[in-house]
Ligand binder design. Structure first.
Ligand code: CP3
Length: 349
């Protein structure tokens, strides 16, 4: 089979004969093939064993038919090399046992060494490029500085960001120190991924939508901007996904990226108006649409594709990660609907 480069061409805003699609969190628990492996290994153990990471990365490519692979890993992996004690506790999600709460805690952090501390990620990337040779491109990824800092400060998932915002406002120097060491870590980590063979990279700012636009602009944007400027030197497309950030999409775009990721809370035509023609866009169907009957999935896909029209530079995706109880058959319905309908719109049916 010939290599499918639709995703890479769409990232560069080139015309494509149909719209490429991949799904955030496409390698995961909604697939029985993933659960069968996960039963035998811990989550971190899977991330740190390149053969297992390769196997689960390939599952949605081979079984769902997406147009890009995303490395199986986690945004929190580089935190270990920074000096944080990370655990994925059963049923709880990530836990950091020594959260960052003060200037002193920030001063103890190091820039993680991508090879020494996370060489297993680079090994998985090299193996994956072999595996994917005649298939689809490989996306690497990392967390954005704010999202990573929020985990480091809160020590896990949170709803109110009490400790995070308190540090940001009470000790802006400590905050900036934390954002800097995190940004430096992510720059080194993503450059190493590109060097190992990642053909695009996505920066996940999953929780930045909890900030007001003014706080984003003052406390986060300069760091995200520096990160994206630096990793752009790697020469592969950068996807900037800021979740729940439709109300500050102008600022997210200002921070940069070749592709701006959109969650489902914003109308894609409005988003395109804000983002402009110099960027590709990625998104943005509500992941819960996959719980609707096939004809509704098809209608929602058509709505998005028709709103985009023949504008070059659209990558179809969910507006956030796929839910763990999704029926994989519905993910297949989604992929087929995107392929069929976009071929009709783009004149290749
Ligand atoms: O997209 C993919 O398929 C690649 C793999 C991937 C994972 N995590 C695997 C994973 C990616 C891209 C991530 C990124 C990630 N990790 C983000 C940003 C994406 C987003 O959703 O906004 C965040 C915030 C994390 C942190 C994280 N990892 C949390 C909060 C959790 C627990 C919540 C949950 O869904 O259980 C994880 C665990 C995790 N990361 C799992 C997977 C497949 C589930 C682990 C398991 O098998 O038990």
């Amino acid at each position: 089979m010939a290599f499918n480069d639709l995703f890479l061409r769409a990232c560069r805003c080139e015309q494509t004969e149909r719209t490429p699609i991949w799904m955030m969190r496409q390698a995961g628990r909604y697939m029985s093939e993933y659960r069968a492996i996960r039963e035998k290994y811990g989550f971190l153990e899977m991330c740190k064993t390149p053969d297992l990471a390769v196997e689960v990365t390939m599952q949605p490519v081979d079984l769902i038919g997406v147009d890009a692979a995303i490395l199986f890993a986690d945004i929190l992996l580089p935190l270990e090399g920074m000096g944080l004690d990370l655990e994925f506790a059963k049923g709880e999600g990530p836990v950091i046992h020594n959260p960052v709460r003060s200037r002193g805690d920030v001063d103890k952090l190091r820039i993680s060494d991508p090879i020494e501390d996370t060489g297993y990620v680079m090994d998985a990337i090299r193996l994956l490029r072999e595996e994917l040779k005649e298939k689809v491109p490989l996306i690497g990824f990392a967390g954005a500085p704010f999202t990573l800092a929020s985990y480091m400060i809160e020590g896990g998932s949170t709803r109110a960001y009490v400790n995070c915002k308190t540090l940001m406002w009470q000790d802006p120097e400590a905050w900036n120190g934390l954002m800097e060491v995190t940004t430096d870590t992510v720059i080194a980590y993503l450059m190493a991924q590109v060097e190992a063979g990642a053909q695009a990279v996505q920066v996940f700012d999953s929780w930045v939508g909890f900030l007001s636009p003014a706080d984003y602009k003052e406390y986060v944007l300069p760091h995200s901007k520096r990160l994206i400027e630096e990793i752009s030197k790697g020469g592969v497309p950068v996807i900037h996904f800021a979740n729940n950030a439709g109300a500050m999409l102008d600022l997210v775009t200002e921070a940069g990226g070749d592709v701006i990721g959109l969650d489902w809370r914003i109308d894609i035509a409005k988003a395109i108006d804000i983002v402009g023609l110099d960027y590709a866009v990625q998104g943005n169907i509500d992941p819960m649409t996959l719980f609707a009957p096939p004809e509704i999935i098809e209608r929602k896909v058509a709505d998005i594709l028709e709103a985009v029209g023949t504008r070059p530079g659209h990558i179809f995706n969910l507006g956030h990660g796929i839910h763990k109880t999704t029926d994989p058959d519905n993910a297949r319905v989604l992929v087929k609907a995107v392929h069929d309908h976009s071929s009709r719109i783009r004149g290749n049916a």
